[in-house]
Design a protein around this ligand. Sequence first.
Ligand code: DX5
Ligand code: ZN
Length: 220
Amino acid sequence: RAPIRIAPSILSADFGRLGAEVQAIDEAGADYIHVDVMDGHYVPNLTIGPMVVKALKPWSKKVFDVHLMIAPVDPYIAAFVEAGADIVTVHAEAGPHLHRTVQLVKSLGAKVGVSLNPSTPPEVLDYVLPDLDLVLVMSVNPGFGGQSFIPSQLDKIRILRARIDATGRDIDLEVDGGVTPETAALVAAAGADVLVAGSAAFKGGAAAYADNIARLRAGA
Ligand code: DX5
Ligand code: ZN
């Protein structure tokens, strides 16, 4: 498989200087820029909308990996694609018509991901998996950075790795929540391709970012 990719979550960046933070984490070696969008309804926190994605886009040419923790999600997908989202990831639990939502993202020309909360079984993807570009396993309950990794998710990562391989398609397996150099080793061994890291990537200020990313890569 391709080498592990690191997707720093700007949720843990300094929101007062977000453009400069995106540039700094890009230059420190980020592969994707992971953007956590929260609506105070699907998850108990509020973050940013498409205007901010659009404002950040000129600060990095890396893949904008936009993780939508919002419900309903369909009415906002076009705005995020227009703002510059390269990958749009929705939650399987956020609406009753996941297949429709997946097709909507694809029809707008973006890559599509589906995320599963810790309590959601991998079977919910059985009939959409070949259509996806990315599967995102949440290893914390979504809503906040800085939580502890939930070890039971390793089993789900292994199951999804096998199911993705069985499709023969190029589908990223991304893991989000509590990823540190220590848990990165477990997550990578279980079969993840892309590691999201918020607090572990942004700790210590810009001077530490390259080292933080290197440690995540080395751990994996
Ligand atoms: C949680 C978000 C994550 C979060 C990860 O709802 O989806 O991307 O920012 O933060 P850490 O790496 O600190 O657990
Ligand atoms: Zn996320």
